[in-house]
Design a protein. Structure first.
Length: 379
């Protein structure tokens, strides 16, 4: 109990390993080939089978997945991409990296995600892509906006960094028809240590993603011995997934049902413990259909004071995320987004990772109640 509590409450997020990753990594190391190899190919095939899609394209990170997906969709200079301001800054940096410009969109405060209404309110004649962020693991439904997207040639590129294993209706996120990007970073639902994955919409898009991730080279980097040379067909990056990262990911994928069950259980425990607490609202991730990546709450008043109080008690709370339209780097694209700004002032994320047990959740929740009550008393 004490070991878990000390390790758990002091960390907002923390990687979780099952034990088989070390052997998988050692085997990949012994091969002597550390770039994109057949280990990476197998991981791609396994993720595709898990999602129920024809193919996936592995890359070095979630950010590079977004970047490659934007390029494969033909998004570039002069194009406008609708994106929630309430996301990690990597989402915005990927848009800027292809020469496009972000147009920031409001979120629904109950879910911290965009919906069709928020997106349609922000569409302009120059919009060429929409990048919904599946905050906390919750799928985003933009079906009501699809007629506008079709009429204007707007591509949906999902930032599903939080949402591996979640469902969009009857289908897993990634299998519902959008160009989808996952992150397999250190603290994600499934980790490769570092990595990302793109789910392309068709074979042509998959081929484009593969060229873009591998310096524009057509031949597979996994089979260099079969080639007498190589052909560079166009622009490309060096963002392939290493076999070392793929080996970790494959070990994780085989245990994913454990991750799903534990994350759902922890989120439900927080929601139960905080139900009815005055001044605290749990952001809804639709846990019945999601594998939660985090547990976020909105603190009605005095969020900063509550935050500092909890940190002083060694409870690892966070603020995911500060709105991007208020960041100095993105000032040229600032818009008035009062809902997002309110969410940004109230949001607080609680310790959430698979090392936690329900006693830890109860402890954190009780500390949140104390801090909120003390803050309200001070006024």
């Amino acid at each position: 109990m004490m070991t878990t509590m000390v390790a758990g409450k002091a960390n907002n997020a923390r990687p979780f390993l099952y034990g088989s990753e070390e052997a998988a990594l050692a085997e990949a190391l012994r091969s002597g080939h550390y770039g994109h190899t057949d280990v990476t190919d197998q991981f791609e095939a396994d993720v595709a089978a898990f999602l129920g899609v024809p193919e996936t394209v592995a890359v070095a990170s979630g950010t590079s997945a977004l970047l490659v997906a934007l390029l494969a969709a033909g998004i570039g200079p002069g194009h406008e991409v609708l994106v929630p301001s309430f996301t990690f800054c990597a989402t915005i940096q990927a848009i800027l990296a292809v020469g496009a410009r972000p147009r920031f969109v409001e979120v629904n405060p109950r879910t911290a995600c965009v919906g069709s209404g928020e997106v349609l309110d922000a569409v302009t004649a120059e919009t060429r892509a929409v990048m919904p962020v599946l905050y906390g693991g919750r799928a985003v439904d933009l079906s009501e906006a699809q007629p506008v997207f079709a009429a204007q040639g707007i591509t949906v590129i999902e930032d599903a960094s939080h949402a591996f294993g979640s469902y969009a209706g009857e289908l897993l996120v990634g299998a519902a028809g959008a160009l989808t990007c996952f992150s397999f970073g250190p603290i994600k639902n499934l980790t490769c240590g570092q990595g990302g994955m793109i789910v392309p919409r068709n074979a042509l898009e998959a081929a484009a993603c593969r060229r873009l991730r591998g310096l524009g080279i057509v031949e597979s980097a996994a089979r260099p011995a079969e080639a007498t040379g190589y052909t560079v067909e166009g622009f490309g990056l060096r963002v392939q997934m290493s076999s070392l990262n793929a080996a970790i990911g494959s070990a994780q994928l085989s245990r994913f049902p454990r991750a799903e069950a534990k994350r759902k259980s922890l989120w439900r425990a927080y929601a139960t413990a905080l139900q009815g607490v005055e001044g605290v609202t749990v952001v809804d991730v639709d846990v019945e259909h999601s594998v939660p990546h985090l547990c976020a709450v909105l603190v009605r008043t005095g969020r900063d004071r509550v935050f500092r109080s909890l940190r002083a008690r060694d409870v690892g709370v966070g603020t995911h995320y500060p709105p991007n339209h208020l960041q100095p780097a993105f000032a040229p694209w600032h818009r008035s987004l009062p809902v997002t700004e309110r969410v940004g002032r109230k949001i607080m994320t609680l310790p959430f990772h698979q090392h936690l047990v329900e006693d830890d959740v109860e402890y954190v929740a009780s500390e949140v109640v104390k801090a909120v009550t003390e803050t309200a008393a001070i006024g």
